[in-house]
Design a protein around this ligand. Structure first.
Ligand SMILES: Cc1cc2nc3c(=O)[nH]c(=O)nc-3n(C[C@H](O)[C@H](O)[C@H](O)COP(=O)(O)O)c2cc1C
Length: 477
């Protein structure tokens, strides 16, 4: 494989070919990274859950952080990556669901934080354990150049343990790892804003340096995004990496024991390692027939939306107040893109009858916050068939689509754009999930589809590929 596009094509599903793996239940990965050694830092049990409405947090306005710093850090970690629901399985074991969804509930994403000048905590790099709501220090000492006023500095890192997802999905897993991390990145941004500070997602960093900085095993896991938090930005350089507290961290962490990661996944990750170059040409203006969406009104707090979000599949065809579905679409369009490649992802949606939109495929222009009917007709049944015959999808009000011209992106900016596009699609998908939760609608991410059939259904131009879908609509109560 010499391009990210070649990886995408090699991991495509077709009716006669679903690249996956024979699932070995004996070898099911543990979805928690646990460092057996080292002094743990137990985050305060108290959580700060301010009543900041979701629509306001999406708008990127901030206020001064109020919570005590360790409470604030614990709350952001919990809201972004924490355990929100528990289910007892048939075998009596408990299964934990989280604030961020994950393809197949395999949870490949891990959360790390670099902290400086936090009251009551040592400066250093930490790993967050959602199971114990605890931080494990990996390096201790000054990480960033000190700020003149001694202000606190917070940066988060999202990494992927590839085997967790590849155990079930084989070569296609890299797509899911990126989409999953995108969901969590959006959680981090919104959780930070709910606490009163700005956070920005950054996909462009030196992979080798950051992987080493986080004490990762590059054959098993990799950093896929960093999120600049309090008093931190892309130019906040790591001043000193200070030596790790152990020489051999990956071995302490059970899930990163030598596991068999498909070569296509590692190769795709390596292909995307070079930093992106160049930028995208301006997008043509939307059609004059475009219909503007009203601004979203979602009063549910970010914290509640994050804690109650879940995947629902029991969609029902029911007349819905069109304002509710417009709210979901408007949330996807809210705010200004943060990075030069944000426009890489094209958004659209298939609308069902009774959705309030004309049945058909609509383009969703995020810059102008408007929709244009591109292909009239009811395609919900065909779309459900395209999604590996997941029949329940037929009753959803909308199938929101995220696609990108991967060939053009890669030729203009390099293979790293592949990561950008999937992470960005995951971020936007998370907005759909949260807006649905805030509006009492169901939502479910869909990463499983026959790629060729999806491209035909949506009549995507040459080079354009479907990356992800999120189904949204009323569900059975
Ligand atoms: C990238 C991605 C792809 C997904 N694809 C599917 C899918 O094709 N079919 C499905 O039923 N659920 C899919 N899901 C939903 C997950 O199964 C769900 O998030 C997981 O079981 C955890 O449950 P929760 O979202 O209720 O917390 C997907 C989720 C993500 C993030």
């Amino acid at each position: 494989m010499s391009t990210a596009l070649a990886y995408h094509q090699a991991s495509a599903h077709a009716r006669n070919r679903i690249p996956g793996r024979r699932i070995n239940w004996e070898d099911q990965p543990i979805p928690f990274k646990m460092y057996r050694e080292g002094v743990k830092y137990h985050l305060p049990q108290e959580l700060a859950l301010p009543d900041v409405p979701l629509d306001r947090a999406l708008d990127s306005r901030t206020f001064a952080p109020k919570a005590d710093m360790p409470v604030l850090i614990g709350s952001v970690c919990y809201l972004a990556a924490g355990l929100t629901r528990v289910r007892t399985q048939a075998d009596g074991r408990t299964f934990h669901f989280r604030s961020a969804p994950s393809a197949g509930a395999l949870y490949p994403t891990e959360l790390y934080a670099a902290l400086q000048n936090i009251n009551g905590m040592n400066d250093g790099v930490y790993h967050y354990s959602p199971l114990e709501h605890m931080l494990t220090p990996l390096r201790q000492g000054q990480i960033f150049s000190a700020l003149p006023g001694g202000e606190p500095i917070i940066r988060f890192y999202l990494t992927s343990i590839f085997h967790r997802s590849a155990w079930k999905y084989g070569p296609r897993a890299y797509r899911y790892c990126l989409l999953d991390a995108g969901h969590m990145a959006e959680n981090l941004v919104l959780a930070a804003r709910s606490q009163g500070f700005q956070a920005t997602v950054d996909y462009d960093f030196d992979d080798a340096f950051i992987n080493d900085f986080l004490c990762l095993d590059p054959e098993q896991e990799g950093c896929v995004a960093q999120v600049h938090g309090l008093n931190c930005g892309p130019s906040t350089d790591v001043y000193d990496t200070v030596p790790p507290l152990s020489d051999n961290f990956p071995e302490y962490s059970k899930p990163s024991r030598r596991a068999d990661v498909p070569p296509q996944v590692l190769e795709a990750h390596r292909l995307c390692a070079a930093k992106a170059m160049g930028s995208l040409p301006p997008v043509p203006p939307p059609s004059p027939d475009a219909v503007r969406l009203p601004a979203p009104e979602l009063q549910m707090s970010v914290a509640k939306a994050l804690r109650t979000r879940k995947s629902s599949r029991n969609f029902v065809i029911r007349e819905t107040d069109p304002k509710r579905l417009c709210n979901v679409l408007a949330c996807i369009c809210r705010g200004q893109p943060e990075n030069p490649l944000a426009g890489a992802v094209r958004t659209g949606f298939l609308a069902n009858e009774h959705s309030g939109f004309a049945p058909g495929f609509h383009l969703l222009d995020r810059r102008t916050k408007s929709t244009t009917l591109a292909l009239p007709g009811n395609y919900m049944r065909t779309s459900a068939q395209v999604c590996l015959d997941q029949e329940w999808l037929e009753n959803a009000a909308l199938h929101i689509t995220f696609s990108a011209d991967l060939a053009r992106l890669e030729s203009l900016t390099g293979a790293r754009a592949y990561r950008y596009a999937h992470l960005e699609a995951g971020r936007l998908g998370q907005r759909a999930y949260l807006a649905a939760a805030a509006d009492n609608l169901g939502a479910c991410g869909i990463g499983a589809f026959f790629d060729d059939e999806a491209e035909q259904l949506l009549q995507l131009d040459d080079g354009n590929h479907l990356l992800y879908m999120v189904a949204v609509g009323p569900v059975k109560k």
